[in-house]
Design a protein around this ligand. Structure first.
Ligand code: CP
Length: 299
């Protein structure tokens, strides 16, 4: 593939090959080297994990990295993002990692970039976050290799979550046994093409192998969508008590950033069932595999 934009562009074997490659890179002592390539991080929304893991991934592969400080870019003087991308491409940047509040923008930019330039979607509004879904499934596969037998439960603000959208697509592609979304009625997805939805945390967690909590995305919620947080915590927070409803060996995950005490109790986030920090670690290797695949299959 020329760009990494959506889970829907992948076949099952392509997704599995990328995950297997990321697992291989995780235990490798040396890495392939791409010293003549440049990766630019263009983050128009806040990020800690995604931006830094792309930087680390690129540096491990010996690419040069440009972290644009967009507060001081010429877009402040009226330049459009299309020209920012063209400018960087003209200077010899081959990989553009783009996070933007506008849904679909990385996909639009991918249609206009010069030949040999690859766009990676690092999160577009409420649309997709495909590299996050890939690292999440990598983390699950490490602990629970038989995806067809698993029940994965995603709890929280599903409606506004690009992570949930991409996870839904990837769980469908990889034929995960069961996928359940749990949320207050106002946050349940309006359409789904894989999995089931419920407002009952108790029902969702029953027989769950993997529990993924989502962040309450205050920045995407209008005041009418914003729930009573105390009521949300009472009913939906992942705590030692609610985790007891899942299987005894269930793992718990969160894409981050984590609002401790809202989506999840710290005792769970830092406890033995938590894979949150492994997700963060795996993000570097998953992004290495994605960058490498784009450079290897350059058009
Ligand atoms: N999961 C995620 O996208 O985290 P950041 O916003 O810190 O990149």
């Amino acid at each position: 593939v020329n760009h990494f934009l959506e889970i829907s562009q992948l076949t099952c074997s392509e997704a599995m090959s990328l995950i297997e490659r990321a697992l291989w890179l995780k235990q490798a002592k040396t890495y392939p080297q791409y010293p003549h390539y440049v990766l630019a991080n263009l983050f128009y929304e806040a990020s800690t994990r995604t931006r830094t893991s792309f930087e680390l991934a690129a540096k491990k592969l010996m690419l040069s990295v440009l972290n644009l400080d967009l507060q001081f870019s010429s877009e402040k003087k009226g330049e459009v993002i299309q020209d920012t991308v063209k400018t960087l491409a003209s200077m010899g940047t081959q990989v553009m990692v783009i996070r933007h509040v506008q849904e679909g923008l990385p996909q639009q930019l991918a249609l206009t970039v010069p030949k040999g330039v690859h766009v990676i979607n690092a999160g577009d509004g409420m649309g997709s976050h495909p590299t996050q879904a890939m690292l999440d499934l990598m983390t699950i596969l490490e602990r629970k290799p038989n995806l067809n037998d698993l029940k994965i439960v995603i709890v929280g603000d599903v409606l506004h979550s690009r992570v949930a959208n991409s996870l839904q697509g990837l769980c469908k592609l990889l034929n995960v046994g069961a996928l359940d979304f749990v949320a207050p009625r106002a946050w349940l997805p309006t359409t789904m093409d894989y999995g089931t939805a419920t407002t009952s945390l108790q029902e969702g967690l029953r027989h769950a192998d993997v529990v993924i909590a989502l962040r309450v995305q205050k920045e995407r919620l209008s005041s009418s969508d914003l729930p009573d947080l105390d009521a949300y915590v009472q009913e939906y927070a992942i705590t030692p008590k609610t985790m007891a409803l899942a299987k005894r060996d269930a793992i718990v995950m969160h894409p981050g950033p984590l609002n401790r005490g809202i989506e999840m109790d710290s005792v769970v986030a830092d406890g033995p069932q938590s894979c949150i920090w492994e997700q963060v670690k795996n993000g570097v290797f998953m992004r290495m595999a994605i960058i490498e695949s784009l450079l290897m299959h350059a058009r």
